[in-house]
Ligand binder design. Structure first.
Ligand SMILES: Nc1ncnc2c1ncn2[C@@H]1O[C@H](COP(=O)(O)OP(=O)(O)OP(=O)(O)O)[C@@H](O)[C@H]1O
Ligand SMILES: [Mg+2]
Length: 230
């Protein structure tokens, strides 16, 4: 029996077409890729898409400063300050060692601010301050479980070594407990740069398999529809 479900547009042109129209609402999606592959850009497009539709967004950054992220976004024409001033958008910096506090505060933040879209950039950094990998896994599991209870749709960034696209997460638990996994591939050959996107898994929906060409330019990321054949 077909179940009616709300879908969340990713804001990156062409990506919804890979996932039957968008990510099922309330999913927790892992967005993986090597350095400079476009994870932060993708996240900004995802949040901006929601803000334009009146859906509140929260960006949690663990490494780059909120000012730098907003400045980079402005280079692509995305003005987060405009939405921050109305309270529709919030960007917060946390130190990775504050993971326990983040988990405790996140639910409240999401409810109080009526957040529909959340980004955490990146969950890989949580491991920096936790010695035992077992404890990192346990805490990441707790974080993802807490997010699932909130009903907002979350994109968690995962940094992987460039070239090692077989492994999509650092701690080996993130890809199993999240609802979806999207991988951004980056390959530099000579002076050329080739980017691809792959939907590795997406629960509760049909999705396309394999690699699809991705372009990053002044307007941000988009799937190259000519090359992708749609
Ligand atoms: N206008 C543009 N045209 C083409 N490429 C661009 C443009 N703006 C940025 N880039 C590329 O995008 C990269 C940054 O993308 P982004 O910050 O989204 O990647 P990331 O995966 O978050 O990187 P990191 O691993 O550093 O967090 C830059 O290093 C640059 O190569
Ligand atoms: Mg980044």
């Amino acid at each position: 029996m077909a179940v009616k479900m709300n879908r969340v547009s990713m804001g990156v042109p062409g990506v919804d077409g890979l996932i039957d129209g968008g990510v099922p609402e309330s999913s927790v999606v892992l967005l993986c890729g090597g350095p400079g592959c476009g994870k932060t850009t993708f996240s900004c497009q995802y949040l901006m898409e929601g803000l334009r539709k009146g859906e509140n967004g929260l960006y949690i950054t663990l490494e780059e400063s909120p000012e730098d992220i907003k400045k980079d976004a402005l280079m692509h024409g995305w003005d987060f300050n405009k939405y921050e001033s109305t309270g529709a958008f919030r960007i917060m910096f946390y130190d990775p060692f504050e993971l326990k506090e983040i988990i405790t505060r996140l639910k409240d933040l999401i409810v109080v601010n009526k957040i529909k879209r959340l980004v955490i950039d990146s969950v890989t950094l949580f491991g920096l301050y936790i010695k035992e990998e077992y404890n990192v896994r346990k805490e990441l599991y707790r974080l993802i479980a807490a997010l699932k209870e909130t009903g907002c749709t979350a994109v968690l960034l995962s940094e992987i070594s460039s070239g090692d696209t077989k492994k999509v997460s650092r701690y080996g638990v993130e890809e199993f407990v999240t609802d979806g996994v999207i991988v951004l591939h980056y390959m530099g050959i000579g002076e050329g740069v080739f980017r691809n996107i792959e939907v590795r898994k997406m629960r509760r929906t049909n999705h396309k398999n394999g690699l699809f060409p991705l372009i990053l330019d002044d307007k941000g990321l988009h799937v190259d529809s000519d090359m992708a054949g749609f």
